[in-house]
Design a protein around this ligand. Sequence first.
Ligand SMILES: [Cu+2]
Length: 113
Amino acid sequence: MTKTFSLFASVLALGVVAALPAQADGVKTFELTIKDHKFQPERLVVPAGEDFVVVVKNEDDTPEEFESHDLHREKVINGHSTGKVRLGGLKPGEYAFVGEFHEDTAKGVIVAE
Ligand SMILES: [Cu+2]
């Protein structure tokens, strides 16, 4: 009985520990800002092999599309709003992205290392 109870108690304790990162989503977040049709920063260093979220804040008046052929992602972010792009498990390397609506100025690279 005592043994069963202590096992139950440690499962509970583990559950509490495991619940903490889940509550905070357990995923690293990186911020990209779009301003004057440019990304800031233009180089975003992320950990290779891990899940992460890029929060893209568009401070311009016009919509922009975060687009990356390398990462197979595209997401339209309206002016003065925020979009989230979930990524993960990247091999070490560089992954280019652009703002598709202003490709001549909005360029950047995600560096996984
Ligand atoms: Cu597109």
